[in-house]
Design a protein around this ligand. Structure first.
Ligand SMILES: [Zn+2]
Length: 387
């Protein structure tokens, strides 16, 4: 027995007007100060006023939200007693909104206790709406929650099947103004979700088509969105791609680019999409033989030329590196400005955190600690190693 979980998805032009019809008394808008300052929270507030619903804003969510931030948000919710929680922002905000909602419903548990095997009995007090303002994380459509344990400099990949949004509003009006760097980082996150969701150990018939469509959309539209942020079609297609990839990998899990990305991101404070995008080609090479038929399908989908002599995975890894170069992304850890000494000193922790990450077990090929070390070293300078 297995499950496919999805929120009700509202998408396309004017999708935000779904809020006009919302029924309820109080909404807690979980967001960050940046989103408030650029006027996005106002767009939501206007709709809630129309619907005759009171609101309160909790805008203390930081990038890579900490456990403490979500606990404080849950206290705010506990006092305000909302019947809806709205997560308005990027992946950090939406993950924080999910955690705040869970802790508001269940003040008796700690965030680290949120796991896929323990039912939580959510939706007794409130329901959740997610509104992504970036095009990549897919958190609007998944039940995963990534929080940071700041004392341990470690990311916690949590989640529970009940912790998905009731309604996801996919309106690219929020993506139009995204700066190029954020467009690149988040777009590569979407691509990584789609490829890892299509090749993970938990891949399945219900997710395959979604992952393939998202891969195709990213290859078609990411460069356009990066080079011309006001290209409305490219923005809308990337916004859709991110949520489609979210549905895909959210129901089939991710892989090693995520384990390694979480580990490096927590150690050096690098945005999530940049780290997973960096590791993606290396981890595709590492899983080349195990997931060979899957990489064949992607090459076929993208109509790339494929010689018999070259493995499809190596072809795909090369094309992804070309895409990354075209949108000015780092190809190695060295490119991120991390010195060799700093990297070597952190290596044992990088390896052990990647090893413990929940996305490792669902990878097409699970590395030994020694192989993880090799993969990190290879990703440091791109000097090939023999797996
Ligand atoms: Zn991701």
């Amino acid at each position: 027995m297995w499950y496919f979980i999805s929120p009700e998805i509202i998408y396309g032009e004017d999708a935000l007007s779904r809020l006009d019809e919302l029924e309820g008394k109080r909404v807690l808008i979980v967001t960050d100060k940046q989103i408030v300052s650029i006027g996005f929270a106002d767009k939501v507030k206007e709709r809630l006023v129309k619907a005759g619903i009171d609101y309160q804003i909790y805008d203390d969510v930081e990038p890579d939200p900490s456990i403490e931030t979500t606990k404080r948000g849950a206290e705010v919710a506990g006092e305000y007693k909302p019947d809806w929680i709205v997560g308005l922002g990027g992946g950090s905000v939406m993950d924080a909104a999910k955690a705040i909602w869970v802790l508001y419903e269940r003040p008796d548990i700690e965030p680290a206790e949120i796991n896929p095997f323990t039912p939580l009995g959510l939706r007794q007090k409130a329901k959740l709406i997610t509104i992504p303002t970036t095009s990549g994380t897919g958190s609007d459509c998944t039940w995963g929650i990534v929080l940071t344990d700041t004392s341990e400099r470690r990311k916690l990949a949590l989640g529970c099947r009940e912790a998905h949004a009731d309604i996801a509003i996919i309106d690219s009006v929020f993506a139009i103004g995204m700066p190029p760097q954020l467009t690149a980082d988040t777009g590569l996150d979407a691509l990584t979700h789609a490829i890892e969701g299509f090749t993970s150990n938990w891949k399945n018939d219900f997710c395959d088509g979604l992952c393939l469509k998202a891969i195709h959309l990213v290859f078609q539209y990411l460069q356009r969105a990066y080079h011309d942020g006001h290209d409305k079609e490219a923005r809308e297609k990337m916004h859709n791609a991110a949520s489609i990839a979210g549905l895909g990998f959210g129901n089939s899990m991710a892989g090693l680019a995520h384990s390694m990305g979480h580990s490096l991101g927590a150690a050096f404070h690098i945005p999530h999409g940049r780290t997973v995008g960096l590791f993606l080609p290396y981890t595709i090479e590492f899983t080349a033989d195990i997931a060979a038929s899957r990489y064949d399908e992607i090459i076929h989908l993208l109509r790339l030329e494929q010689t018999r002599a070259e493995k499809a995975a190596l072809n795909l890894a090369r094309v992804i590196r070309e895409l990354e170069q075209n949108i000015d992304q780092p190809l190695t850890i060295n490119d991120l400005g991390i010195s060799r000494d700093n990297f070597e000193n952190s290596l044992p922790k990088l390896v052990s955190n990647a090893d413990m990450d929940t996305q490792t077990v669902t990878s097409a090929r699970v590395p030994t600690s020694g192989e993880f070390e090799q993969l990190f070293r290879y990703s440091y300078d791109g000097k090939s190693v023999d797996f």
